[in-house]
Design a binder for this molecule. Structure first.
Ligand SMILES: Nc1nc2c(c(=O)[nH]1)N[C@H]1C(S)=C(S)[C@@H](COP(=O)(O)OP(=O)(O)OC[C@H]3O[C@@H](n4cnc5c(N)ncnc54)[C@H](O)[C@@H]3O)O[C@H]1N2
Ligand code: MOO
Length: 403
């Protein structure tokens, strides 16, 4: 039987979890399938950009400036390599992105010339180096363009593609198992029964993790039966890097998760936190599997997800920045909390960029969840804080910034 650990302050619990959630092993995969994955290596430019001197416009590369007439000796499209250098008085028609011939000193735009057969007349002043992108102008070879620990978004993914990098070393995605518990928990589509609840935690967790590219194996809802829960946990632990349960972590007669883990050789990392909602969260580890016991109340599950589970998952994925991102908002209402506790309040945000006001949702009860649908994020009142006055600027954990 394991020793009970006291309720932890939020920052302590976060630190323990981030330490315990080790980054997954790495694999080399095709860049084509790497969108959303986290780089396990720095990416450097394989050659200089550009690797040949290129024209920035559709125009004429000139061997010297200051003449009014030139002889056109070649026409070059992008991708074509010039066969001959330009000599005095010569010009080459070049398209945007084309490699300019050796000896080119500037490119004049088609709009600024007149052409008669092979005779080019320049009608504007041309400056040396104008409209030529020199070799290595953007970047030399071997320069870091993306750092290890970066998640590949469409923007930086396309940078990788631009550099022609066809394979990348990334962290493997964690295999995640979810066990939903509760006699009263119905699956979506079943007929409502008085006294029952529909399973929302499963869908919240599965859809949230899907935003990170993670597919979950889900068991349940299973009955609050010790044998069934033990067998389901064993099955998931054998196959997963991360096991998440929903429900059954408080003090009731049917709350089997905590005693079950305590008697099954799990190492307790967090056994309750000083957070409201979400206090009964328990986190444990066994071999290489991390275990999160989430409270059944959807609000408590959501809060624990954003402050604890998501940072741990991000760390397993290999991300550098794992704590919840926030943005500044101004409070429209007074907020109250209790000293010694980390109170999490759900907020609705309105207003223009630059003057965003955050309104406290009327109900903050853990047992209420429906108003979350109209909320935009969470505000945290730290351990020593028992309230914040309206008008104060605070950090909002904006749901939209988390994935
Ligand atoms: N005597 C005590 N009672 C409670 C304590 C305590 O310390 N002493 N802690 C309270 C706190 S805080 C919380 S939070 C809840 C957590 O309870 P459990 O994790 O054991 O969750 P359940 O009892 O299984 O369910 C609570 C509530 O949520 C509904 N539920 C469960 N699963 C789902 C689901 N998948 N989707 C939607 N809703 C779900 C369930 O029907 C219950 O209504 O305990 C307090 N009690
Ligand atoms: O900590 Mo529980 O989630 O308050 O109700």
């Amino acid at each position: 039987m394991m020793k009970d650990i006291a309720e932890l302050p939020l920052p302590d619990a976060q630190r323990i979890l981030i330490d315990a959630a080790r980054p997954m092993a790495t694999e080399v995969i095709s860049t084509r399938s790497a969108l959303g994955r986290v780089l396990a290596e720095d990416i450097v430019t394989p050659y200089a950009f550009p690797d040949t001197p290129r024209s920035a416009v559709d125009g004429y590369a000139l061997n010297q400036v200051g003449l009014s007439n030139y002889q056109i000796v070649a026409t070059l499209g992008a991708g074509q390599l010039p066969e001959q250098p330009l000599h005095a008085g010569q010009a080459a028609a070049v398209m945007t992105g084309a490699t300019v011939p050796q000896g080119s000193i500037a490119v004049v735009r088609v709009e600024d010339v007149a052409v008669d057969g092979n005779l080019l007349t320049v009608q504007s002043e041309v400056k040396k180096k104008e409209n030529i992108n020199r070799i290595g102008e953007e970047m030399e070879a071997g320069v870091c363009i993306l750092q290890a620990g970066t998640r590949l978004t469409p923007v930086n993914f396309s940078v990788l593609c631009c550099a022609g990098i066809a394979e990348v070393k990334v962290h493997c995605l964690p295999r995640v198992g979810i066990l939903v518990t509760g006699d009263e928990v119905l699956q979506l589509g079943q007929t409502h029964k008085p006294g029952s609840v529909f399973d929302s935690n499963r869908h919240f967790l599965v859809s949230s993790l899907a935003q990170l590219g993670i597919e979950c194996q889900v068991l349940g809802p299973v009955k609050d039966n010790e044998v069934t829960i033990r067998e389901s946990l064993e099955q998931l632990s054998a196959q997963c890097d991360l096991v998440i349960t929903s429900g059954g972590v408080s003090m009731g007669k049917y709350d089997f998760i905590r005693p079950l883990l305590q008697s099954s050789g799990y190492r307790m990392l967090v056994n309750r936190t000083k957070i409201k909602p979400g206090r009964p969260l328990m986190v444990a580890s066994k071999d290489d599997t991390l275990f999160f016991g989430m409270p059944g109340y959807p609000t408590a599950c959501l809060v624990n997800f954003f402050y604890f589970l998501l940072p741990a998952v991000k760390r397993m994925m290999g991300l550098n920045d794992v704590l919840p991102p926030t943005r500044k908002v101004r409070l429209a209402d007074d907020l109250k909390g209790r000293k010694g506790r980390w109170d999490v309040l759900r907020m609705q945000v309105k207003g223009e960029p630059g003057d965003v006001l955050a309104y406290r949702a009327a109900s903050q009860l853990t047992s209420h969840f429906m108003n979350m649908g109209m909320c935009d994020g969470l505000v945290l009142l730290g351990g020593e804080c028992d309230g914040i006055n309206s008008g104060t600027e605070v950090d909002l954990l904006d749901f939209a910034l988390q994935f």
